[in-house]
Write a protein that binds this ligand. Structure first.
Ligand SMILES: [Zn+2]
Ligand SMILES: [Zn+2]
Length: 239
């Protein structure tokens, strides 16, 4: 029979082992359970088992301790970076100009797909509204420019398929044509007929009232246009 104090300390030790085993088991480290149970720890860096010199030790050696500090700092820095990116996005979202940049890109590329679909549904070769040429560097050509009438910058009636470098950029939309090309207005007539073309032009010329833009509404539009773009692109690829 052992003296009671020895038995008590032995019981206490067994209890510690059992507790440590429970802890290790909970953390899914079953293979090291028994050794960790007797006071060994797993190094956070190299994963080897070591005898901790204090209850706070997490690394087996000075080297691993340094690596651990570096890792923790990297983690903190990444967290700070993520947070500031998030704050910047939040700030930008409320900025109408930023919203316009995003929205115009989304709307324009969706309109190009919509226009290509318009032609393909009719079995026609897509052509530039202003010069009538085919197989061009397509863009979404505004009849009334964003600078002139910003209120209809996202208006389908104000935008048709156009060649980018020649009519859109070099000739600022090529509205009235030149000796080689018909121009936007004639293009509308040839495509939709005289009456419809006149209505389109009247519509664009009458919409001069300034628009009060709302960033949340703009985000909703953008989401819709992006979905439409993907859907149209998918349909055209499948065709
Ligand atoms: Zn280590
Ligand atoms: Zn053109």
């Amino acid at each position: 029979m052992e003296p009671p104090t020895v038995r008590r300390s032995l019981l206490h030790r067994l209890q510690q082992v059992a507790d440590a085993q429970k802890r290790a088991g909970r953390q899914g480290r079953s293979h090291t359970r028994s050794l960790e149970g007797v006071g060994m720890k797993k190094c956070k860096v190299c994963k080897s088992l070591f005898n901790p010199y204090s209850s706070l030790a997490v690394a087996c050696s000075q080297n691993c301790a340094l690596v651990h500090v570096q890792n923790e700092n990297d983690k903190k820095a990444a967290k700070v970076k993520k947070q500031s990116r998030k704050e910047l996005t939040e700030f930008k979202r409320r900025n109408i100009r930023w919203q316009h940049d995003q929205c115009q890109t989304s709307f324009n590329r969706m309109r190009v797909q919509e226009e290509l679909m318009w032609f393909s549904r009719r079995g026609l070769e897509p052509e530039c509204i202003s010069c009538g040429k085919i197989k061009m560097d397509w863009c979404c050509g505004h009849f009334k420019t964003v600078g002139a009438q910003s209120g209809i910058r996202y208006d389908r009636m104000n935008t048709y398929l156009q060649c980018n470098r020649y009519c859109n950029q070099a000739l600022s939309g090529n509205l009235d044509g030149n000796k080689n090309t018909r121009g936007y207005k004639r293009g509308l007539s040839e495509r939709f007929g005289e009456d419809a073309a006149r209505q389109i032009i009247e519509h664009c010329e009458s919409k001069t009232a300034p628009v009060k833009w709302d960033w949340q509404e703009m985000e909703a539009w953008r989401k819709e246009w992006n979905e439409q773009f993907r859907e149209l692109q998918r349909q055209r690829e499948a065709a």
